[in-house]
Design a binder for this molecule. Structure first.
Ligand code: NAP
Ligand code: HSE
Length: 425
């Protein structure tokens, strides 16, 4: 294979792994790497020029492929755009930049006849993107869902196993190097929303704006919710879920849901990712693996670089462009329209008639209760835990708003959807 000259932005966790793995590929020549701080101690020193000027990498005419592993929206977006404009191909692990700017970036890449490869941006080392793009080419995909964030899966698994509160487990995850110093993107579900936006582009042809994806994080989940969920036969998991609905609409949401213990997704503990894809011809596929970490993520980045280097020498290179990744944004279904069963934990006064009144309000909003239990907190106050039959989410929200006006209600401590694994999911 002829030599391909590449440049890289970033030499942190992923970039260092890329340098290690590229040493097995002598035909790929890493010419320049940009970092923020040249004085920083590094776990690896690449055998090439190190610069603190990323433009020097992007503007080097000899560099044919730009690897972007610096992260964040800016200056990554500007640097990727400049690289595309100067005719360079791009390999990126940056879900945020793709989810927020996908249509524009791919439109520009097509115009300039260059490729953007992004295997590492979703599910790290799991080859999910190439599976959907190439392996499932013959399918119409109806849904993609699963665990797309290792940090939150680690936190929820440990909270359940050891009956610990969220804040304590988060601190432990940070000490172990799982969770970042600022864990907002992981625990509030932004990270999963970026990944889901990319998956909607692959599965249904168009990106969904991350802000249009319904999103709930895991910060309000208490150890007792995990315990009650287990009593009802479920485990709480933060899932990203996208489905093709009738009339070409799609639904896209990120939320902690109660997954039946019998479902394979429920058994994934620790920092693993696990994703289910449904296609009309293949049926159901599930992929499990490391969604993060130095070498797993670098495996995806270097895999892209090697595939791109091979494709660059093909006559029909254009076939490698992501022609099916849409040039526009996809709109999503109104969350009030979703049909789902719900788990609720209500903190109420322990007085006669309270459960009757809850039942009446639910009945007035066409909500049928499947199970209800009461757990004492003090002599005066109680936790009422309810599992409903499937209801329209808008009806549930209206019922909870009515309930909030009742003096006996102290708080709606938890409101979590129950995952139903149907082909429409
Ligand atoms: P990281 O450890 O923080 O490394 C970022 C690197 O980029 C550092 O070398 C930093 O330089 C450099 N950098 C940042 N801003 C820069 C600037 N303005 N100019 C020049 N260099 C700059 O990040 P990471 O964990 O490797 O993640 C990189 C990307 O991979 C992100 O998009 C992330 O979402 C994605 N990703 C990461 C994982 C994972 O497991 N870590 C998994 C999947 C995807 P200094 O070293 O000088 O600070
Ligand atoms: N913070 C992410 C996770 C890293 O915990 O899964 C990979 O995108």
């Amino acid at each position: 294979m002829a030599n391909v000259v590449v440049g890289m932005l970033g030499l942190g966790t992923v970039g260092s792994g890329v340098v290690k793995l590229l040493s097995n590929h002598p035909t790929i020549q890493l010419k320049k790497v940009a970092v923020r701080d040249l004085a920083k101690a590094r776990e690896i020193s690449p055998d090439c020029e190190l610069t603190d000027n990323p433009e020097a990498v992007v503007n080097d005419p000899e560099i044919e492929v730009l690897i972007e592993v610096m992260g964040g929206e800016q200056p990554a977006l500007k640097l990727i755009t400049d690289a595309i404009n100067s005719g360079k191909h791009v390999v990126t692990a940056n879900k945020e930049v793709l989810a927020k700017n996908g249509p524009e970036l791919f439109r520009k890449a097509r115009e300039k006849e260059v490729a953007i490869f992004f295997e590492a941006s979703v599910a790290g080392g799991v080859p999910l993107i190439s599976t959907i793009q190439k392996g499932l080419e013959a399918n119409q995909i109806s849904s993609v869902f699963g665990i797309l964030n290792g940090t939150t899966n680690f936190i929820l698994s440990k909270m359940e196993k050891e009956a610990l509160p969220f804040a304590q487990v988060l601190k432990e995850a940070q000490d172990l190097g799982f969770a970042e110093a600022d864990p907002t993107s992981d625990v509030e579900g932004f990270d999963v929303a970026y990944k889901l936006s990319i998956l909607t582009a692959l599965a249904f042809g168009k990106f969904v704006k991350p802000d249009d994806i319904y999103r709930e994080g895991i910060t309000k989940i208490a150890a007792e919710d995990l315990e009650h969920a287990a009593e009802f036969g479920y485990r709480i998991k933060l899932l990203g879920m996208a489905a093709r609905l009738k009339k070409d609409a799609i639904s896209a949401r990120v939320q902690p849901v109660l997954v039946p213990l019998s479902h394979s997704i429920a058994s994934l503990s620790g920092a693993s990712n696990g994703i289910v894809v449904r296609g009309d011809a293949v049926g159901e596929l599930m992929m499990i693996g490391p969604g993060a970490g130095q070498l797993p993520t670098a495996s995806a980045v270097v895999g892209d670089v090697v595939n791109l280097a091979t494709a660059l020498r093909l006559q029909d290179f254009a076939s490698y462009f992501h022609t099916k990744v849409g040039g526009d944004w996809q709109t999503v279904q109104d969350p009030d329209e979703w049909q789902s069963a719900y788990y609720l934990r209500l903190a109420v006064d322990d007085h006669p008639g309270v459960i009757g009144r809850i039942g009446t309000i639910f009945g007035e909003h066409e909500i049928s209760i499947s199970s209800i239990i009461q757990r004492g907190v003090t002599a005066e106050a109680a936790n009422v835990i309810i599992v409903t039959h499937p209801v329209k989410t808008g009806n549930l929200n209206r019922a909870l708003a009515t309930l909030s006006k009742e003096n006996f209600l102290s708080s709606i401590a938890s409101r979590l959807a129950i995952f139903e694994d149907s082909p429409e999911q």
